[in-house]
Design a protein around this ligand. Structure first.
Ligand SMILES: Nc1ncnc2c1ncn2[C@@H]1O[C@H](COP(=O)(O)OP(=O)(O)OP(=O)(O)O)[C@@H](O)[C@H]1O
Ligand SMILES: [Mg+2]
Length: 261
């Protein structure tokens, strides 16, 4: 049963897309079969994987059942990592009605029932808002990963996104796992960054992941070259950060499976 994880935060520029691309790539390198779905009309995950989006978003057709997700996915440079691209043309890709409609549960069921040799992980890259695309992502997701940039007002943004997840749990009448808060753009030499990281860990000791993602300009370079860091520069602090993050995410999932068993 594939595990569906939304990478979400209403704050812009906190590292959602960089995390989606590089976590997905390291999960695939670890032997998992990964599908990255670009839910952001900005299409940064699509271009960051070196792909070109179609003229029109494919999502409405997938949600209406007119097209299968298998048919819409594109393979990438990384073995076992595929992507459903977003449209490069800015438009509202999914109407509010469709974001909460029956197509969402049908797609979720289809991912859950795909054999593991074809799919073990779905990663959803969300736009920086709490609008229809985030509704759609939460409707699809088993869990969420929330990047938190170590800067002023990090806690306020976090409270908002956590409240949105709790509301979605009530609306959907099921649990959504807070799979982790990820400290991103982390600079251990900057006092403010350390202070904010400590504050986040103090309030959320259980959910803050142990692996901080170091600030490393190579990550930005890799994305602009349309490659995950595992391909562009595997011997870099950014690459080590995401490799360790993938390991921690897999450990979290295995511990959950063991708890349920
Ligand atoms: N760890 C990092 N070190 C250095 N630069 C980074 C790091 N993570 C992300 N960046 C850069 O910061 C910018 C914002 O990152 P990213 O696009 O991943 O954020 P986002 O949350 O997806 O943004 P948006 O809200 O616009 O979708 C990008 O230019 C990216 O290359
Ligand atoms: Mg983004």
């Amino acid at each position: 049963m594939a595990r569906i994880t939304a990478i979400t935060s209403q704050k812009g520029g906190v590292g959602k897309t960089t995390t989606a691309i590089n976590l997905a790539a390291y999960l695939a390198l670890a032997g998992e079969s990964v599908l990255l779905v670009d839910l952001d009309p900005q299409s940064n995950a699509t271009s960051g994987l070196g792909l070109e989006g179609p003229e029109r978003s494919v999502l409405p057709d997938i949600l209406s059942g007119a097209r299968s997700w298998q048919d819409a996915r594109q393979s990438t440079e990384v073995e076992r990592l595929s992507c459903i691209p977003s449209s490069l043309h800015l438009q509202v890709p999914v109407e509010e009605k469709q974001a909460r409609g029956p197509g969402v549960q049908a797609l979720r069921r289809s991912w859950h029932t795909t054999p593991p040799e074809d799919l073990t992980h779905v990663i959803l890259d969300c736009p920086p808002s709490l609008g229809p695309m985030t509704d759609l992502a939460l409707g699809l997701a088993d869990g969420v990963l929330i990047p938190v940039q170590c800067e002023y007002f990090a806690m306020e943004g976090l409270a908002q996104v956590l409240a949105r997840v709790r509301q979605a749990e009530i609306d959907l009448a099921r649990e959504i796992d807070i799979s982790g808060l990820i400290l991103t753009l982390y600079s251990p030499e900057v006092d403010l960054c350390l202070d904010v990281a400590q504050e986040v860990k103090r309030y959320f000791p259980e959910t803050t992941l142990k692996t901080p993602i170091l600030r490393d300009s190579t990550l930005a370079e890799a994305t602009s070259h349309g490659q995950p860091i595992s391909v562009y520069e595997p011997r870099s602090p950014g690459a080590w950060s995401y490799m360790n993050l993938a390991k921690e995410v897999l450990e979290h999932e295995w511990s959950q499976t063991r708890t349920r068993a």
